[in-house]
Structures are given as C-alpha cells and as structure tokens.
Design a binder for this molecule. Structure first.
Ligand code: 7TS
Length: 406
C-alpha cells in the first residue's frame, strides 16, 4: 500500500522540530497527538472571524458561533455513528466524560451492595472515578483479569456478572498493552442482563472506525487531543435513554430551563450536561480534525499503522533481552517493552537524548503495573505520520541504551 506519509508529515509543523540537535522522532502519540496546520488554522480563524459566546446572543456573531459549535456536535455524531446530535456532550476530555457518568449515573443508579465491573488494564481515568464512587456508595468494584498475552479473560468476565451488577466500564484499547478489547462481545454479554456499558475510547477513535450504534455502547468517551485536535475538549456519547434519566453533573448557566428562588428546572439534552461557557475553539478543532481523518481515510490510517506496528515489533524483537508487554492478536499501534533488568526511566533518558520521544513509567495504570509486577514500561506509540525510518532510529537508540546501561 502506498500511504502518502511525506505529504501528511508536511501538514504537521512540529514534526520538523530538532531536539538535542537531532530531528525529533515523536513516539508519544498515545499521550497526545500532534496537530496538523488545518486544525491550528481552524482555531486561529475562529478567533479572527467568529469568536463569541454561544447560545445566548441574537446578534450576528453569536448566532454564527452557535451554528458552528452545533455543527461540530453533528460532525462528531457522524464520526462515531451516533443516532442523534443531542447524544453528544462536550466535556474537557475523556477524564471528565467518565467522571460525569460516575457522578451522575452513580448518584441515580448505584446503591449499597451494587457492583460495578471494570478491568485491571484501565487507565486511572477509567479506574479511580469508579473506585471512589463505589467507596462512597458502598458498592463493590470488580476487575476483569488478563490472559498471558494481555487480552481480557472473557470467561472470568462472564462469571463476574451477577444480579447486582449495575454497570460495566472498560477501555476499547489499552494505553499500555495496545490490546483492542472485544467491545461488541463485552457489551452484548452485559446487555443480556440489562446492564449498561461505558467504553473508554481515548486510544481508539484516532486509529480505527468507531460505530457506537453497531457496538451498542451505552456511553463512549474520548478526548480531542488524542485525535489531532486541541487539548481541553472531549466528548461523552451517551444513549438518550440513559442521559435523560441522569441528573446534571455541574450547575450553572446554559444547563437550566428556568431558575426560581426556591428551585430550578433543567435544560434538555445535550445542554443539561454543559454548564457554563464551553470550549468553542476546541469544538472547531475537533471538527477540522475529523475532516482531516476523513480525507486521509480511517481504513488507510488503520492499515498503515498496523504496518508500522508489525515492523516495529519485528525490529525490536531482534534485540536480545527485550520483553514485550501486550502481544494480543488484536493490537493497536503501540508497543510497551522492557529490556533485561534496566529501569524504564534510565533507558527513557538515553532514548530521549537521541531525539526520540517515548513514554516511560507506569503510564497512569498503576494497578496494571502491580498486576504485572513491573515498575513501569517503555512505550512507543505510533501515529500515521510516523515512518519505518523513525522506527529504525528507535531500535538504534534502544541498542545504545542497553549498551550503556548493562
Ligand atoms: N483513557 C485512556 C485509555 C487513556 O489512554 C487516557 C490518557 C485517558 C483515558 C485520559 O485521557 P485525558 O485526555 O482525559 O487525559 N492516556 C495517556 C497516556 O497513555 N499517556 O498520557 C496520557
């Protein structure tokens, strides 16, 4: 397959940065992706031509900014194939989307003795909100264990569901192991018992086609900044029937219908969950990023990133003493590894000095590190602007780190 990677790279100005006098290799895409000029320009243009507070003015600019913001909501609806635009709630990011559900769904539906199921591979964002909510509400949090290759133990999951289970919350793709979880199956199993499922899509939306209706997710959460859009904006998709039953998460302007001295009535969806002035520039960025992904082609991105993953896996395994974490057959384009007894921070520092940005440490998944009995990993995560030549540089850097540290 010929993928126009050089043309794409030209759209991302930061990729031509030099660090320590070497061309930057950016392999920390799971933490945040870089932004194409198109997204950067959309934000500038918004401030040059459209900036205004939305949903509250009748003047020209306010109407225009409101229309653009609501258009972005519907572009996101199309992107994840949701049924309606009002099932798309703007948040600050995946973390806030999950906190919203934990707080609001928790308040309404979780009581003493109830159970919530998550997994041992979750990012803290999809772990701590459930843990704290369960502690507060005297409910029990259960964890789906893993198989050797880093996939979820589906038999254990099946047995974990009881008449007290109220919610299942799992990640679509692990940010540490790269495992692509069988979300359709996870959801179908829960639905047999009328249990709703929240999927943390933070690592998925920029790398594969997502269809929330086809998977039948009840909630789906993701962040703009991991899909080539700005920081500070994220999305909560929720099925109307759940969102309608859930109380507001934050109180203030925009989320109200009428306010009296003694009580308040709340706005309809999606505004019920969007208190205060929103991140309009962020929504403009997400809209443009989605167009960019669409023009490049999600299937082509997916296929190219799989090639990168295959090449990187093969090259890294050439190094003696490399241990990979996460070898499931369905894997996204990231690799976590350790070598010999070298601490990931020490290796990470040397790799960094060679101009390569990788992530080291617990990757915001301390329970998983405890489960795997390791201090952390070194993680290289790829995006569709990365190349095999960059992977060659990583391999050289890892070899050098090993030489220096062993
Ligand atoms: N869920 C997963 C699976 C993630 O990987 C992350 C961030 C989050 C949730 C939280 O997203 P946020 O945008 O609200 O912060 N993951 C990482 C990472 O792997 N390295 O830095 C951030």
């Amino acid at each position: 397959m010929v993928f126009p990677v050089e043309k794409i790279r030209a759209d991302f100005p930061i990729l031509s940065t030099r660090v320590y006098n070497k061309p930057l290799v950016y392999f920390d895409n799971a933490a945040t992706t870089q932004k194409p000029l198109q997204v950067i320009r959309a934000i500038t243009e918004y401030y040059e031509k459209e900036n205004c507070n939305i949903h509250r003015g009748v003047h020209f600019l306010s109407v225009r900014a409101t229309e653009a913001y609501e258009d972005a909501r519907c572009v996101i609806r199309d992107f994840i194939h949701a049924k309606s635009c009002h099932e798309i709630i703007f948040t600050r990011g995946t973390t806030e989307s999950i906190n919203l559900v934990a707080a609001s769904f928790g308040k309404q539906f979780i009581h003493e003795g109830d159970e919530v199921i998550t997994s041992v591979m979750e990012h803290h964002s999809n772990f701590v909100p459930w843990q704290q909510m369960c502690l507060e509400r005297k409910a029990t949090l259960k964890f789906i264990p893993l198989l050797e290759d880093g996939s979820l133990d589906m038999d254990a999951y099946r047995e974990m569901i009881t008449p007290n289970t109220r919610l299942v919350a799992v990640t679509h793709i692990s940010n540490v192991l790269g495992t692509i979880n069988p979300v359709n199956e996870i959801i179908a199993l829960a639905h047999q018992h009328n249990i709703p499922v929240l999927i943390d899509g933070a690592q998925a939306v920029a790398h594969m086609n997502v269809d929330v209706q086809e998977m039948d997710a009840d909630f789906y959460c993701f962040s703009g900044h991991k899909m080539y859009a700005p920081m500070g904006i994220g999305i909560l998709y929720g099925k109307e029937r759940w969102l309608e039953q859930m109380p507001p998460y934050q109180m203030g302007g925009e989320m109200i219908k009428e306010v009296f001295f003694t009580h308040t009535t709340f706005n309809e969806l999606p505004f019920k969950f969007e208190a205060g002035t929103p991140n309009v520039e962020g929504a403009m960025g997400v809209r443009t990023a989605i167009r960019y992904l669409g023009e490049t082609g999600m299937d082509r991105i997916d296929a190219y990133e799989k090639e990168l993953l295959g090449y990187a896996t093969q090259r890294l395994l050439e190094i003696d003493g490399i241990q990979l974490y996460g070898t499931a057959p369905h894997k996204a384009s990231l690799i976590s590894f350790l070598m010999n007894n070298i601490h990931p921070y020490d290796a990470g520092m040397i790799i960094d000095k060679l101009g390569i940005a990788v992530r080291t440490g617990h990757l915001c998944a301390q329970p998983l590190m405890e489960y795997l009995k390791i201090p952390g990993t070194i993680r290289a995560s790829f995006a569709f602007y990365n190349t095999n030549e960059e992977i060659d540089r990583l391999v050289e850097a890892v070899k050098k780190a090993k030489e220096m540290l062993l």
